[in-house]
Ligand binder design. Structure first.
Ligand code: NAD
Ligand code: 6OD
Length: 502
């Protein structure tokens, strides 16, 4: 695999440790008691941030601030003005684009081009699209006959749900956080965000944007910390939080669902996946190789929609494995700020241990390692980072651990198939149901397949191609509910029917 030098490393070593505080009621707040935790760079394991860990008192304060905002100006603001403010938030993110890119690169270690072309622009778009949805989507009305002949008129209005707890993962922090905060605010709610402990930066920076734009204090709050016995649990267990939207591991979703049952609070969950990539012999070969390379290895494989199981029709199987191997071996490891870097580390050493344990398990269970399988040999300044080699396996049985469990790393198992029915059964043989990507030039087959694979999103001759008006979510253990376009309104508002006797 190609390696790159790291000329920027001397510069970045001199950067002081960033102090990150909670954002409550429009102020940056250090937690009472002064408890802090460190964030280490995935690139070289250096401490890059010191974060104030919110306790129960800070979560209580955030709930109080959010409630006051709802009862104050924010609760009365006309939709048009709210919409204009959210457009201003998007514009301010764009104005401070480079800061968001730097902040996200520092936390995740992922290459600049991924931030610049995908993750940060999506943050701004998430505010605009939902502002426009709330402005343009009508509610229903029904005329009704009554015995006195005068009739009645029913019409619906949407009211905000109240305080939304937003619990976020680390893999695409700004995109995934704003994907929840955008619609929640568009609908008139107040939010309390709990970013991942691994990626506190951009959620905090967004607090500055909110203040600049004049979003009323308490509408957007951020509490930092971990899950159990920390900010995550304090937030999701808090009776003052009206609904919880969560993106993360299925196991965590289960814990949050228990917390939400207290008070019967509504939940929207986007969780894990073990998605199948399916390649037919009649595909556009080069596009399919590119597509599966992206779906398996973008963001170092840390994408919930990624394809850790790849099924390739037998006539092109050998050729496909060779072509994907070549692409994977062409990645350039390096610091994200360097323009020729195409490939970053995993988020942390803890996650690397998990991924490497699967690499070991694959070999123990009899995999042929086509490429990768270990830790790359990198220059000294990156040697302490959370790097792993992107990895391809073949030859495993369908019940092998790495074929069944979500790894969330840069790896995939490729298996040949012979028939459509066979590959549908293979794709569906999982407890997850998030996404699939199907590569074929036979459109009739593509439609048939997409309808029969039990997922929330089926891509044909594409992957992670997002129209934000469409429904996004998972079936089975990949999620509860749908967000996106009008579907987000179903979660972030209560629909109130008003019946007027005429
Ligand atoms: P995670 O579940 O470990 O953590 C997510 C968030 O939950 C973090 O902020 C964490 O601090 C918090 N948390 C953990 N335990 C908690 C608890 N008991 N109560 C309250 N909060 C708690 O997930 P992760 O490792 O950050 O992210 C990776 C996972 O996210 C993968 O499984 C991936 O598939 C999934 N994911 C899914 C989607 C999707 O759209 N379906 C998108 C991105 C990531
Ligand atoms: O594009 C989105 O809206 C979305 N929620 C993407 C999820 C990516 C998972 O890693």
């Amino acid at each position: 695999m190609t390696q790159t030098k790291s000329s920027a490393s001397q510069v970045s070593r001199q950067i002081p440790v960033r102090q990150i505080e909670n954002f409550i009621g429009g102020e940056f707040v250090t937690a009472a008691g002064g408890k802090r935790f460190d964030k280490r760079s995935p690139l070289d394991n250096r401490i890059i941030s010191s974060i104030s860990e919110a306790g129960q008192a800070e979560v209580d304060a955030a709930v109080k601030a959010a409630r006051a905002a709802l009862q104050g100006e924010w609760g009365r603001i006309p939709t048009e003005k709210r919409v204009a403010m959210l457009h201003a938030v998007a514009d301010e993110i764009t104005r401070r684009f480079d800061e968001f890119v730097e902040a996200e690169m520092a936390d995740t270690g992922q290459p600049r081009h991924v931030m610049e072309q995908a993750f940060i622009p999506r943050g701004a778009a998430n505010f605009k699209i939902f502002a426009d949805v709330i402005k343009n989507v009508p509610t229903e009305a029904f005329q009704m006959a009554t015995p006195d002949g005068e009739g009645a008129l029913n019409y619906a209005i949407r009211v905000p749900k109240g305080i939304i707890g937003v619990v976020c993962p680390w893999n695409a922090p700004f995109l995934l956080m704003t994907w929840k905060v955008g619609p929640a605010l568009a609908c008139g709610n107040a939010v309390i965000v709990k970013p991942s402990e691994e990626t506190p930066n951009t959620a905090t920076l967004l607090g500055e944007v909110m203040n600049t734009v004049g979003i009323p204090k308490g509408v957007y709050n951020v509490v930092h910390g971990f899950g159990p016995d920390s900010a995550g649990a304090f937030l999701t267990e808090h009776p003052g939080v009206d609904a919880i939207t969560f993106t993360g591991e299925t196991r965590t979703g289960s814990a949050i669902m228990k917390a939400a049952s207290n008070g019967l609070r509504d939940v929207s969950f986007e969780m894990g996946g073990k998605n199948a990539g399916i390649v037919f012999a009649d595909c556009d070969f080069d596009k399919a190789v590119d597509g599966i390379f992206r779906s398996g290895f973008l963001n170092s494989g840390q994408v919930c929609l990624g394809t850790e199981r790849v099924y390739v029709e037998r006539p092109i199987f050998e050729r496909f494995v060779v072509a994907l191997k070549e692409k994977v071996e062409g990645v350039r490891f390096g610091r994200p700020e360097e323009h020729d870097t195409t490939y970053g580390p995993l988020i942390s050493h803890e996650h690397r241990e998990k991924v490497l344990s699967y690499y070991k398990k694959a070999v123990e269970e009899g995999a042929t390692v086509v490429t990768g399988g270990g830790v790359p040999d990198l220059p000294a300044e990156l040697a302490e980072g959370a790097w792993v080699q992107p990895t391809i396996w073949t030859g495993l049985p369908d019940d092998a651990t790495v074929v069944r469990e979500e790894i969330f790393g840069p790896c995939c198992h490729i298996r040949p198939f012979d028939a459509e029915e066979e590959v549908i059964a293979l794709a569906n043989d999982t407890e997850y149901g998030l996404s699939t990507t199907i590569w074929t030039s036979n459109l009739a087959r593509a439609h048939r397949m997409a309808a029969r694979i039990d997922v929330g999103i089926a891509w044909v001759n594409s992957w992670f191609l997002r129209d934000l008006r469409t429904a996004f979510g998972g079936t089975k253990q990949s999620g509860i509910g749908r967000e996106g376009g009008v579907h987000s309104l179903e979660f972030y508002t209560e629909l109130r029917n008003i019946c007027v006797k005429l």
